[in-house]
Design a protein around this ligand. Structure first.
Ligand code: GLA
Length: 741
């Protein structure tokens, strides 16, 4: 007995030893290393190295971020930069990973606090660190007070994307007020040849790509609206060099995973150093952190491409599909959907929706979505939001007959909801006027005749979760289109103490995420779309809880080319829904062929939103054919590598995209012509990303190649010789698939 016990102890000890060895080994061969001699941390993965160190002043200072350097290459220890003048102290000249506002810094701080005694100085020094697989946690603490920040770093080995966030802990004995909290500061080496790209827009005009030189000073990208917003998107890219382009040059980029008010500031400081700081928007911000409590910031992701903007986007797309989406790493392709909004608007009822469903099924739609208008006393946008019961006049027997009908046609059923809103003309508002964001005694501003429910309140959160749970529990629903049709005003939360009211900016968004997470847990097969009057809530935070987004209410197929182009800089076509709607388009009164509209939409997740009761037999035949063709390329379009071959921006007459499947066995090419001029032919198109030695057969989906084009050729031929398209006239489009033989 004793012998066997001894044996067991020995075995356990040996197993422990092996485990310890393995752990040490895996840390050693893993992607995160700490050099105890130089005190440099480095994260390696996906062809990228990110390094920072503990400097001679115990602060965390960036060392390197860019193309992978060899593990043999020794990165020098971080060293504080000297004072440049009495106006430029060491605190300001030395770039930092995460600066507290203190010690006389004038650059953007990552963290700013006020202590109850009036002290507002915070200087963070290194304490310890922990490496756990692909995650590094570095703990820093104020030089005097027990304010501790755990800075977290992860690296995705496939793409080299680094995720950074901070957990701020109050270990003092009194509350502290956090006035600014960023997730991270990204630093680039000193230089003057950088340019910044970012995305701007407005309702029905989202996703404009902006470019400007990074000059001394600060560019602020932000939303103060309570949610992500159409106006700026929390994404940036910085290029270096005289002529960076789609396929060459250094690009650093970042995206913030937060759907509330946010801010990204891009500074070129007085020493020409670049610092990008992003997180909660400090505007109107205040988070009272009680002793023993912590505040976690959103995650700010940062990546690097050595091969231009095109590769930067592809890296982000791969990362989103594999790491961010709820169905990652293998999200299901988006089904072909039909949506009722543009056909019937609020006038939904059983006969009308059933008739549309019949027609949608006949062209190959896989999901039928009933949009706004089915609930409460909803006749237009003046009433009903908040009252999530089925309107008995429109659906006397509830939703079941329609859902059964849709399912009998072989489609699944989706439903529109706008859970965070209330119309003053609703039972909910009459019962709970205190549930909206408001400042007592002040006017309550309406937009689209609606107000915003204060989701930060537990009772409101429970109500919203409760009615959604109820709908999903009692109906066979496969999909929710989750809409959000206004921004905040009067963001008061009068039921909590005055110095806690500004926490609404954090708690609202957290509760939104928690509702989505709880619903997904209980109904794992239900998919969700994030819509906010189009693309007003698209970011890596909401994409962690939703399967797709609606990029814009603008469904004009020509406008969509540039909208989709801009969208693709930051987000994968795998989440980008695009509908074919009626012509002329309501946006611009522009007339286009049905084929043009289909090809424009087939570059993302395809949907149809047209009034099918008005279609001709020829329209149905075209739609059926193109939807079938789409199903043959959708995996490539949604989950493949996107090459923006010809940009639709800056008044370009042409635009071309190409998607290549991950195994490079298929490519899909979409080409558009705005208007032929002076008899010029369509410029030759050069494909990218194919396997040079594989032979690809080309098949037209719509349109034709020039007559003398080969029916099949090597990847090298399609990429180097290129392909000539027969495209002439106004608003013309063509599409082709290339299949490896
Ligand atoms: C928003 C959406 C539209 C539609 C309407 C319904 O504008 O973006 O697609 O759902 O609301 O009211």
């Amino acid at each position: 007995m004793i012998r066997s016990m001894k044996k067991m102890t020995y075995c356990l000890a040996f197993a422990g030893f092996v485990f310890f060895q393995m752990k040490a080994l895996s840390q050693d061969s893993g992607t995160i290393h700490f050099n105890a001699e130089t005190k440099v941390f480095r994260l390696d993965g996906g062809g990228v190295t990110y390094a920072f160190g503990v400097n001679d002043g115990d602060e965390l200072q960036p060392v390197y971020w860019g193309h992978a350097v060899s593990l043999q290459d020794k990165l020098a220890a971080a060293k504080r930069l000297p004072e440049a003048a009495s106006f430029d102290s060491t605190a300001n000249t030395t770039p930092k990973e995460f600066a507290g506002w203190g010690g006389g810094i004038y650059t953007e701080p990552a963290l700013k606090v006020t202590f109850p005694d009036g002290n507002r100085d915070l200087v963070l020094h290194y304490v310890s660190h922990k490496i756990d697989g692909n995650t590094l946690t570095v703990t820093v603490k104020d030089v005097e007070r027990a304010v501790v920040v755990e800075m977290q770093y992860t690296i995705d080995p496939a793409t080299g994307i680094v995720g950074r966030s901070a957990v701020i802990e109050n270990k003092t004995t009194s509350p502290i007020m956090i006035e600014a909290a960023a997730a991270a500061t990204w630093n680039l080496p000193q230089g003057t040849d950088y340019s910044l790209r970012y995305l701007t827009g407005r309702w029905a005009g989202e996703w404009h790509l902006q470019k400007q030189a990074l000059l001394p000073g600060e560019v602020v990208l932000q939303s103060k609206r309570g949610s992500t917003g159409h106006q700026n998107n929390p994404w940036f890219a910085i290029e270096r060099g005289e002529h960076p382009d789609e396929e060459s040059g250094d690009v650093w980029f970042g995206a913030l995973a937060w759907s509330g008010s946010w801010r990204i500031s891009v500074e070129q400081d007085q020493l020409q150093q670049i610092r990008v700081t992003g997180g909660f928007n400090p505007f109107d911000f205040g988070y009272k952190l009680l002793p023993g409590k912590e505040l976690k910031t959103p995650v700010f992701y940062g990546g690097y491409s050595h091969a231009g903007m095109g590769e930067a986007s592809r890296i982000l797309h791969r990362f989103e599909l594999a790491q961010i989406l709820p169905q990652s790493p293998t999200p299901k392709p988006r089904p072909v959907i039909y949506n009722s909004w543009e056909a019937t608007e609020f006038r939904v009822d059983m006969p009308g929706q059933s008739a549309l469903a019949d027609k949608a099924a006949s062209i190959g739609a896989e999901r039928f979505i009933m949009d706004d208008g089915w609930f409460g006393q909803r006749k237009d946008d003046h009433a009903g939001l908040g009252d999530w019961y089925v309107n008995k006049e429109k659906f006397p027997n509830g939703l079941k007959p329609l859902i059964d009908h849709v399912r009998s046609l072989g489609m699944d059923f989706g439903l529109w909801v706008e859970p965070e809103m209330v119309n003053p003309d609703s039972d909910l508002y009459r019962k709970h006027p205190d549930w909206v964001l408001n400042f007592p005694g002040r006017p309550r501003t309406e937009q689209r005749n609606q107000m915003v429910l204060n989701l930060a309140r537990k009772d409101v959160r429970d109500y919203v979760y409760g009615f959604l749970d109820d709908i999903l529990a009692h109906n066979q629903i496969a999909f929710l289109k989750w809409d959000y049709n206004r921004n905040w005003s009067e963001p008061g939360w009068p039921t909590v103490a005055p110095d806690e009211q500004k926490q609404v900016y954090v708690e609202y968004t957290r509760n939104l995420y928690s509702i989505l997470a709880d619903l997904r847990k209980k109904y794992p097969n239900v998919e969700i779309e994030s819509c906010s009057g189009g693309g007003g809530r698209v970011d890596l935070g909401i994409l962690g809880h939703t399967d797709e987004v609606w990029p814009s209410d603008n469904t004009d197929p020509f406008d969509r080319l540039s909208i989709q182009d801009g969208f693709s800089y930051a987000y994968t076509p795998g989440v980008m829904m695009a509908w074919v709607t009626d012509s002329p388009s309501w946006v611009n009164n522009r007339t286009t062929t049905l084929t043009y509209r289909f090809l424009s939409s087939m570059q993302g997740g395809l949907g149809v939103g047209a009034n099918l009761t008005k279609w001709s037999d020829a329209d149905f035949a075209t739609a059926k054919e193109l939807i079938a063709a789409y199903k043959g390329i959708r995996e490539t379009v949604q989950h493949g590598s996107l090459y923006r071959l010809v940009s639709p921006r800056d008044g370009s007459e042409q635009s071309v995209t190409e998607s290549v499947s991950i195994d490079r066995k298929q490519a899909a090419l979409f080409a558009f012509l705005h208007s032929s001029t002076m008899g010029y032919p369509y410029p030759r198109v050069f494909l990218k990303g194919l396997d040079a030695n594989t032979t690809y057969k080309v098949t037209p989906i719509a349109g034709a190649l020039r007559k003398d084009s080969p029916a099949s050729a090597t990847g090298a031929y399609w990429m180097s010789h290129g392909v000539d398209l027969e495209l002439r006239g106004d608003l013309q489009a063509a599409a082709f698939r290339f299949d490896a033989q």
